[in-house]
Design a protein around this ligand. Sequence first.
Ligand code: TMP
Ligand code: ASP
Length: 254
Amino acid sequence: MARRRQLYEGKAKILFEGPEPGTLVQYFKDDATAFNAQKKGTITGKGVLNNRISEFLMIKLAEINVPTHFIRRLNMREQLIKEVEIIPIEVVVRNIAAGSIAQRLGIPEGTRLPRSIVEYYYKNDQLNDPMVAEEHITAFGWATPQDMDDIIHLTLRINDFLTGLFLGVGITLVDFKIEFGRLYENEDMRIVLADEISPDNCRLWDAKTNEKMDKDRFRRDLGKIEEAYQEVARRLGILPEAGARDMKGPETMQ
Ligand code: TMP
Ligand code: ASP
């Protein structure tokens, strides 16, 4: 079989040309980076788990009418997606203080925020993804005010939905990062959820013990990284090794 043309290689994923125009193949690697790639490593099996977890979450979001780039999973490490024009903004939602907000504003990690806070970062590795305001985004034309309306509205719905979904399996959604793209269909343009949603770009804490179940285990050298990602997949009911019924629904925790 002819090798697909590689279009882009990022820190955790590779994008290949898709089988039809307007599609791409998104390949999930085991590579992990942190602190703008100053720290590098491999988390064995991460790509397989993130492919599954992101598929599961995008399908669930599509069921509540959040448009996404996801079409279908192709195999253990690849999924077919719609080609979109990525908006160069990382949208971060925080429910509980952790990571950079805890450091920057001196809020003890674990403090529930008065309300969910949405932040924007300009996707630019050379500049170390600086935080920006909506003013910068619209003034520099990275997104229009109409795009931002759609992005904020979708982001808050995604946060509400995922918070409930994770809580149902005994996981607190502390914060997460998402990205959006412009999907051009005929004459229309729609903003859709793109990239991935996985323990690489969420903070997920066990609801009872607050144990970290996400990439902070890698960032902070806490060990048991693979186990944590697997446990997230297991609780969502999507661990491939779970047996013959490898696509059962979420399992509810008491
Ligand atoms: P932060 O506390 O380091 O700003 O991270 C907030 C959330 O965004 C956290 O869930 C991790 C995620 N994130 C990414 O996905 N990519 C990044 O480059 C950074 C800095 C954070
Ligand atoms: N993935 C990002 C990087 O390597 C940062 C992070 O997730 O902490 O730069």
